[in-house]
Design a protein around this ligand. Structure first.
Ligand code: SF4
Length: 395
């Protein structure tokens, strides 16, 4: 008898924690380092990919057999600013993935900053198999970019786009931030209009979140004028900016499929959907997170410590936990509700043996969520206050 075995698919994430400078609002574990450190870091990432089974075994991560044989269909090289790497180093990473993991790659994304895009580099990216570029634009307004400590200006965006298109990149995503210092309703609308004119296939809009781990956050708490903390729009203003983006992007034919993400039909991020759908992914590099379906773990985020550990042929794991049924249920709700298609309560109730309808009734009567049969989704006009909905859900 022929035994049918559904092949599991996984995503591969590669973290490149290097930037040219530190943006004022950034609290990520990324750093500005000498270029000489790039190649040894890439060596370490390639070793981790090649020897992952041994590393996992020694670090106590039990990878299910189904995952050991899984086929990677997405790769996401993020950071940091991975486009800072030499094209040859990115090619080495892609070669290491293809040589050591079963691959049927459909979507291979590189995060890039506009000022790092050059014709030779872009051609080499495409040769290496990269078919999607996620651009950290944040704004089209020079005053806002400068205040945020970004390295690029508006003109760099207009230089980079034709280079990428000429190289053959047919899937480009733009990131914008709503709430940058000096942003006004008018300047925000201008950024959205300029974005629409360049017609990227995908758009992410993030509402600025500053915490004390960033220079801007510290200035907001302690006072000062160096990072324009006094010019950060109010939370209500930011919510209005988000709602403007909802309207403008809809009018331009973008489908809103996740709280922060819009796509032209068929261009939803296959890789990021795995995170929201709780599908497995393996992360490589300093600070990279992985999820096997039953366990989550994260590598040491200090790049030097990561390289040193791999050099000693061990994996420095910073967090490692088995996901309990209770955690898994919470993830189903919070990650699921981020998607505008919503969650299927009947499926979740059956899978986890819980009753959820009562929990959502109150939210539905407050107009925070909508219910259609067994599907529950965030109400579209409440997306700008989704955090409040999540807080209510936890009560
Ligand atoms: S480019 Fe991104 S990761 Fe690097 S400092 Fe700026 S916000 Fe942080």
């Amino acid at each position: 008898m022929l035994k049918f075995c559904a092949m599991r698919k996984i995503g591969i994430y590669v973290q490149v924690p290097f930037c040219q400078t530190k943006c004022t609002y950034c609290n990520f574990h990324t750093g500005v380092v000498a270029k000489a450190r790039f190649a040894p870091y890439v060596d370490a990432v390639c070793s981790e990919i090649g020897e992952r089974q041994k590393f996992y075994l020694e670090a106590g991560v039990s990878l299910l057999a189904s995952l050991r044989e899984a086929v990677a269909d997405t790769v996401y090289i993020g950071g940091g600013t991975p486009s800072l790497l030499e094209a040859a180093d990115l090619t080495r990473i892609m070669d290491a993935i293809r040589e050591n993991v079963s691959c049927n790659l459909e979507e291979v994304t590189l995060e890039a900053d506009p000022e790092t895009v050059e014709p030779e580099k872009a051609d080499a990216w495409v040769k290496a198999g990269i078919n999607r570029v996620s651009f950290g634009l944040q704004s089209f307004v020079d005053e806002e970019l400068k205040a945020a400590g970004r390295m690029h200006c508006r003109e760099d965006i207009y230089k980079a786009m034709p280079i990428l298109r000429a190289a053959g990149i047919r899937n480009i995503s733009f990131d914008l931030i709503a709430g940058l210092p000096h942003q006004t309703a008018e300047s925000w609308k201008r950024s959205l209009e300029e974005l629409a004119a360049l017609a990227p296939e995908h758009v992410s809009v993030y509402v600025l979140e500053v915490d004390e781990g960033s220079r801007l956050g510290r200035e907001l708490l302690q006072g000062g004028a160096r990072y324009s903390a006094g010019a950060v729009p109010s939370e209500d203003r930011m919510a209005e900016f988000y709602e403007t983006a909802q309207r403008e992007l809809r009018a331009e034919g973008y489908h809103h499929y996740e709280i922060s993400n819009w796509a032209k039909p068929g261009f939803e991020s296959k890789h990021n959907l795995k995170y929201w759908r709780r599908e497995p992914y393996l992360g490589f590099g300093a600070g990279a997170h992985s999820f096997s379906g039953t366990e989550r773990w994260a590598n040491a985020h200090d790049a030097a410590a990561y390289v040193e550990a791999i050099g000693q042929r061990r994996l420095a794991i910073e967090q490692h936990e088995k996901v309990s049924a209770e955690q898994a249920l919470e993830e189903e709700l919070f990650l699921g509700l981020r998607q505008l298609d919503g969650i299927d309560l009947t499926r979740i109730e059956n899978e986890y043996g819980v009753m959820l309808a009562g929990r959502f009734e109150m939210l539905a009567s407050a107009g925070l969520v909508e219910r259609e049969g067994s599907v529950v989704r965030l109400a579209e006009e409440k997306l700008s206050i989704s955090n409040e909905v999540f807080v209510e859900l936890l009560r």
